[in-house]
Write a protein that binds this ligand. Structure first.
Ligand SMILES: Cc1cc2nc3c(=O)[nH]c(=O)nc-3n(C[C@H](O)[C@H](O)[C@H](O)COP(=O)(O)OP(=O)(O)OC[C@H]3O[C@@H](n4cnc5c(N)ncnc54)[C@H](O)[C@@H]3O)c2cc1C
Length: 821
């Protein structure tokens, strides 16, 4: 026992505890300060948008920027729109197709929805001619008072007649095939502006190509349709094992002329049980008096039921065992038009940003029903597809349309499922969809084209063996391929689609277009150190560097690019996470540095009569760092080497000793900490950063022989002839270095990393007004040093990039960076 020693020890312990507590409090305050700084930084008010016209569909998976959208009201309007434009033209009906079938990047969309009048009506002959933008619902409202119905249409009435013909749709009707069999004649406007009629007697090849032709032949302007009688129909339903369905259908439904509507739902997740829901002609009293479902019906119940039954295993079980038995327990007698007037809202509306609901459809020859089902089931189970419903329909053969999906008598498997919206989710859906398509092709069936474009070119041709007939007509009436959309961009066999197929086969080629925007804040952390190095080299006091404004600028750029890309591109959570990591660590660094330089740093600078050798070495270190990060990941910088040099390359004693010592300690602390942090980050770098020695792959038009003279780093991957080249060039700083050189020798850029738009920044004097040619100005960003300059951010179409880059010399702007995704 030594009381003195003990009391000293107790005191030390207490002191240590206090110190620790103090450190903890200080750290907590620091964290709170960082959180507040992040909170108040940025530009919450930014409401910029990238495109004036963005066309999307019900899944919200396919936002496509268009150069223009025109809503014609007459044939003359349509002809004018074609003749006064020169680029690609897409045609939009109800815009319910789910894979960009109504749009093409930077094209003109003819939005047909206002072209919706009745042209002529002959109730006696049950025949009507309508303008193609009319919806089934509008048509039904016109013919219902005459006790007539649409002969063949989809389950929902929102679709346009033109869009339905162009897809050659089917319904739930028994005794019919696709809609083409109810079409008597159409009128078309072709690419040369001519207005032509097509029927089975006149230009039949145009009828057979345009119906089911997905807007690739011309604009269907008028449609003459056969109508049916509006009868009373009564619902009958029964369940059965899936193995009994085919026989049941053949015996009771197929040739039963009393059945108007029929579908049969296969219950997930086992796909073993089915429910036949058929509507028969009846004389019984109506249980639903309304002639049609009210246009403003709220559909409050069904979406909730669908949501619930989609909420996991229990929901699916409850649907088949409780909800459906209850729902179908009462008899229903209604008018045919009532049963054909559902609105798509029945499926529910809501936020689709993270999860959306999509359709797929497969057509299987009736005799192969039983062999296809296990293949389908296996794929669903293997890929854990979240299937809401599989609904079976029937169609008689369609021997007429060139892109017929019913070459034989078929069952349609209409699959409704949910999926995530990220790029990865889409890729996964693509994988199992291609498996489904392989399965259907192995059964001599086809898949439906109005949905997502996951099929390969080979699969498309296997499912649509008469596509060449269609392409021959298209080549004749649309030689310049003006009628284009995402579907035909992918499958119409042009040299472009050949190149497309090659590029799509290159692993890692396609980068998300949103990354050209999201790299902007990341690159700010390259620009800012460069500005800091410049600032120091100009002899400025490091304490005067606007650290807090730099933080604000990072978050401002982050906010702006987030607003610009939100909703337009799939969510890129990986990149967003990386931006948050680097944003918060930069904020933490700059808060500490700003506080330090404005207190201790300012004081020691005040004590010094002039700059010290340490100041010069720090300047050198920051310059070296700024240069490296143009080409390499920041964590590769030799921080510890510079931290060591401040002790070895500068004398310990000398003039302005206080400043010297303080700079030594400060720099050792800063670069020492970064050295450890860089090692940690470098460890997990594969996930957060891509290797800087990666390459950018792009499609260009150029003379292959001259390329190596432009820059030895350019590598030709594939030569498609006539100047169409696929090349690789360096990434990052190397990319910005090589692009103006290529532009200067007249190279045309077609596509970079799978994208047709790219961000670039320029630096110019604050008084420079003109921007680069054909570039769309987005916003200015602060340049700290030199303060008389500004940074301008532009979005440029890749096709225009050459012209934009070449114009910079004339404009007095300096290219700062081209953001290579
Ligand atoms: C909820 C839902 C349910 C569905 N149910 C069924 C169903 O039961 N049966 C079925 O067969 N399909 C069904 N589909 C698919 C649907 O029929 C197609 O997507 C159809 O194209 C939708 O019509 P739309 O007017 O929206 O056409 P859009 O999507 O606008 O256009 C489809 C295609 O037609 C072209 N087009 C449109 N108008 C014209 C025109 N005037 N001239 C030339 N080309 C034109 C477009 O360029 C595009 O290529 C369903 C889709 C959804 C979303």
């Amino acid at each position: 026992m030594n009381p003195i020693k003990d009391s000293i020890l107790i005191k030390i312990k207490r002191l240590m505890r206090k110190l620790l507590r103090g450190l903890l409090y200080a750290f907590a305050v620091y964290v709170i300060v960082i959180a507040i700084v992040v909170w108040v930084s940025g530009d919450d008010d930014y409401d910029g948008q990238l495109h004036d016209f963005v066309v999307n569909d019900i899944t919200e998976l396919n936002p496509i920027p268009m150069a223009n959208v025109v809503a014609p009201r007459s044939v003359a309007d349509i002809v004018r729109a074609i003749q006064t434009s020169s680029g690609p033209i897409s045609i939009g009906g109800g815009r319910f197709s789910m894979g960009g079938q109504t749009a093409i990047d930077n094209g003109l969309q003819l939005d047909m929805r206002d072209y919706d009048q009745i042209v002529s009506f002959d109730s006696g002959n049950r025949e009507i001619t309508v303008q193609s933008g009319i919806s089934w619902r509008e048509l039904q409202e016109y013919i219902d008072p005459h006790d007539l119905s649409v002969k063949i249409m989809q389950t929902y009435a929102n679709f346009s007649v033109g869009g339905s013909l162009s897809v050659n749709v089917h319904g739930r009707y028994i005794g019919h095939g696709p809609v083409i069999s109810s079409v008597k004649a159409i009128q078309l406007v072709l690419a040369d502006g001519s207005v032509v009629a097509a029927s089975r007697d006149e230009n039949p090849e145009l009828l057979f190509a345009a119906v089911g032709g997905y807007g690739g032949i011309g604009v269907i302007t008028e449609v003459t349709l056969e109508l049916a009688v509006n009868e009373k129909v009564g619902r009958q339903t029964q369940t059965m094992p899936i193995t009994e369905y085919r026989e049941h259908f053949a015996a009771n439904i197929r040739d039963n002329d009393q059945v108007v509507f029929h579908n049969a739902d296969i219950y997930p997740p086992d796909f073993e049980k089915m429910r036949d829901v058929s509507w028969y002609v009846t004389d019984e009293a109506l249980t639903i008096e309304d002639r049609m479902i009210a246009a403003d019906d709220s559909y409050w119940l069904l979406p909730k039921m669908i949501n619930f039954s989609n909420s996991g295993g229990f929901g699916k079980w409850a649907r088949s065992s409780i909800i459906d038995p209850l729902y179908y327990s009462s008899d229903r007698v209604a008018w045919r038009n009532w049963e054909a007037s559902y609105d798509v809202r029945e499926l529910g509306e809501g936020d689709r940003s993270e999860k959306t609901w999509v359709l797929q459809e497969y057509f299987i020859p009736v005799e192969n029903f039983d062999s296809f089902v296990p293949k389908m089931r296996e794929i669903f189970l293997e890929y854990e597809v979240d299937v809401v419903n599989v609904s079976i329909r029937h169609a008689l053969p369609d021997p007429e349309s060139y892109l017929s999906w019913a070459r034989n008598e078929v069952f349609a498997f209409v699959i409704y499922h949910s999926q995530g919206t990220t790029g990865e989710d889409r890729q996964n859906v693509g994988i199992w969809t291609r498996k489904m398509i392989d399965a259907i092709i192995s059964e001599n069936g086809a898949y439906y084209l109005p949905y997502q474009l996951h099929a390969t070119g080979e699969q498309f041709h296997a499912a649509y063996p008469n596509a060449d007939k269609y392409f021959a007509v298209k080549g004749e009436v649309d030689p310049d391929n003006r009628f284009r959309n995402k579907l035909w961009e992918k499958y119409y066999p042009t040299k472009r689609s050949q190149i497309r197929e090659y590029l799509d086969s290159l692993e890692g080629y396609k980068k998300g277009e949103e990354q050209t925007f999201l790299t902007l804040p990341e690159w700010y952390l390259v620009f800012n150190p460069n500005e800091y190095a410049d600032f120091l080299e100009r002899g400025n006091n490091p304490s005067d560097f606007p650290f807090f404004a730099s933080i604000d600028e990072f978050w401002t750029l982050y906010d702006r690019v987030t607003v610009l890309t939100d909703g337009l591109y799939p969510e890129n959570s990986e990149y967003q996470l990386m931006l948050w990591v680097i944003g918060i660590s930069t904020t933490a660094e700059f808060v500490a540095k700003g506080a330090y330089e404005n207190t201790i740093g300012r004081f020691t600078r005040w004590t010094a009569s002039e700059g010290t050798p340490e100041d010069l070495l720090i300047q050198e270190g920051h310059r070296a760092y700024a240069e490296l990060i143009n080409y390499e990941a920041w964590y590769k910088f030799p921080f510890s080497e510079y931290a060591g040099r401040i002790w070895s390359d500068t004398p310990f004693f000398g003039e302005n000793f206080i400043r010297k010592l303080e700079r030594k300690l400060m720099f050792t602390g800063e670069f020492g900490f970064k050295s450890v942090y860089a090692k940690l980050i470098g460890f997990g770098a594969e996930t957060a950063y891509e290797e800087s020695d990666g390459l950018v792959t792009m499609h260009i038009i150029a003379d292959p022989d001259g390329l190596s003279a432009v820059d030895s780093a350019i590598n030709v991957l594939r030569d498609f002839g006539d100047g169409d080249l696929i090349v690789t060039v360096p990434r990052w700083g190397g990319f910005t270095a090589v692009m103006p050189k290529l532009a200067a020798v007249g190279v045309q850029f077609v596509e970079i990393s799978g994208n047709d738009e790219i961000v670039m920044t320029t630096i110019e004097g604050k008084d420079v007004k003109a921007g680069p040619a054909k570039a769309r100005f987005l916003f200015n960003s602060m340049v700290i040093s030199p303060a008389e300059m500004k940074r301008s951010v532009y979005i440029v179409r890749v096709e225009d990039l050459s012209e934009s880059l070449n114009s910079l010399v004339r404009n007095g702007s300096k290219l700062e960076h081209v953001f290579d995704f």
